[in-house]
Structures are given as C-alpha cells and as structure tokens.
Design a protein around this ligand. Structure first.
Ligand code: 5GP
Length: 119
C-alpha cells in the first residue's frame, strides 16, 4: 500500500482495528460475515494483502492465492450451508464494487434463479 492511499476497511478488519464476525483465518486469507447480507449465508473471503484491487489483478499476479480464495469459499460453504454456493467478485464501481481490496462474496442458503444481482 502506498503511503498516500487510504487503508481499506478490510485491512482494518485484518488488523483488528474494527470488529467483524470472523469465520476463518489463515496466513494469507481472512473471511467474515458481510455486514449487510444479501443472502441467508453471505460471507466475504478476503486475501489479507491489500496489493490487489480486484480479481483480475489477483489472478494475474498470484493465481495460487486466487485458488486459495476459491478453496476457502468451498470449505465455508460446506460448513455454513449445503456445500453449494455462489461466488461473486464485483470488479468496478459501475457494477457495485465499493471496497477496492479484492474480495469474494460467498452466498448460499436458498438462492433461486433470477436473484443474481445483489440488490
Ligand atoms: P463490494 O460491493 O465492494 O463487492 O462489496 C463490499 C461488501 O463489503 C458489501 O457487501 C458490504 O456490505 C461489505 N462491507 C462494507 N463494510 C463492511 C464492514 O465494515 N464490515 C463487514 N463485515 N462488511 C462490510
């Protein structure tokens, strides 16, 4: 992170500067419940590094870390719902990205066809 850029809300959660309902943590990843859930189960899986603003940057720079994000999503879906899940990476302001620290939305627990949008 450059000295001029602001620390992301997710980095503050990683550093325990703001609270979150954390459901998983490893060396490189943290996962917690979304504060405004859009599904019965709505978790955020977040690489701890603030180096990547979105999934495109993450995939290009560290595909192994992206694979860890996906494996974590599956593990959490197994633990918190049926094992089936929707994985969403918003990429860009115009599609609703609000936090520019790469994160996966893991959603499950009774979603139906036609509810693809978060809103
Ligand atoms: P985006 O729209 O950038 O893909 O997703 C950001 C998500 O982070 C939103 O679903 C929003 O509800 C969630 N969020 C924003 N601030 C906080 C926070 O302080 N704590 C938690 N747990 N979730 C947050």
């Amino acid at each position: 992170m450059s000295e001029t850029s602001q620390k992301s809300i997710f980095s503050m959660i990683v550093d325990r500067e703001i609270p979150a309902d954390i459901v998983f943590e490893s060396d490189r990843i943290i996962a917690f419940r979304d504060i405004a859930p859009k599904a019965p189960v709505h978790l955020l899986v977040v690489p701890k590094t603030a180096d990547y603003r979105n999934v495109t940057e993450l995939a290009a720079a560290d595909p192994a870390l992206l694979a860890e994000v996906v494996a974590t999503a599956q593990q959490l879906a197994n633990e918190h719902t049926s094992g089936e899940y929707r994985l969403v990476f918003n990429t860009g302001e115009s599609v609703g990205q609000t936090v520019f620290h790469v994160h996966a939305h893991v959603m499950g627990g009774g979603l139906t066809e036609g509810s693809l949008g978060l809103g």
